[in-house]
Design a protein around this ligand. Sequence first.
Ligand SMILES: NC(=O)c1ccc[n+]([C@@H]2O[C@H](COP(=O)([O-])OP(=O)(O)OC[C@H]3O[C@@H](n4cnc5c(N)ncnc54)[C@H](OP(=O)(O)O)[C@@H]3O)[C@@H](O)[C@H]2O)c1
Length: 224
Amino acid sequence: MVTTQPKRPRVTLSYAQSLDGCIAAAPGQRTLLSSSQAMQMTHALRAQHDAILVGVGTVIADNPRLNVRLVEGRSPQPIVLDSQLRLPTNAALIQTPVHPLVHPLWVFCTSAAPPHRQNALLTSGTQVFLVNDDHGRVNLSEMLQVCHAQGVRSLMVEGGASVIHAFLQARLVDRVVITLAPRWLSGLPALGTALPHLPQLINPSYQILGPDIVLSADLVWENE
Ligand SMILES: NC(=O)c1ccc[n+]([C@@H]2O[C@H](COP(=O)([O-])OP(=O)(O)OC[C@H]3O[C@@H](n4cnc5c(N)ncnc54)[C@H](OP(=O)(O)O)[C@@H]3O)[C@@H](O)[C@H]2O)c1
């Protein structure tokens, strides 16, 4: 019997980490890790993807814009995973779309999201997608299928820690681009808990950008 895999975008996981594998100095703390050269690379990578995704924890901690500013290029569609719609309505991701070239935000939630929060976000122009939950959080496979149906063929996942772990745990990452900054943080690890299965990295390449080393590699999962 031939089984067809559900269609989903190609997923690139990209984040910056310290020598001890941390992505922030403490949970929920905004920590600038990348050099300006590595930030430029990140913006160029953003421009190569149809969409870019973070968890609501990153929005609350960092208030990112997720657009392309440091190089020429098109900004990707911003996406936030937010089961209960905790996203603040004054988040930069919501406020930025006044610029005509930036896409209105997409937020994926579950049935745990209160209707009044949905209404508040819809009023702000945000597009809210309700999907099934997986252990109380947005079901990633379903979310990716919805993105594919909306025309998204490439997705860049920028974090934070819970989202990095969840994508790797679900084996939904095809490529990694990881910036290694030459410092220790002893803070929030990119992977706080063990993963049941780990991918193999193939075709690794390394780039020196200012003080940072950037590792790019394709991932191969067992039984693929
Ligand atoms: N160094 C870097 O490159 C980098 C990049 C990004 C962020 N960060 C840092 O990472 C930290 C934030 O990380 P975080 O772990 O607190 O937050 P996060 O991973 O950004 O967001 C996690 C939240 O997303 C929601 N979510 C919905 N569906 C999910 C799913 N399937 N899997 C995982 N999460 C899902 C959950 O909240 P609900 O249950 O309410 O839905 C969850 O608590 C901040 O300190 C930030 O500065 C660093």
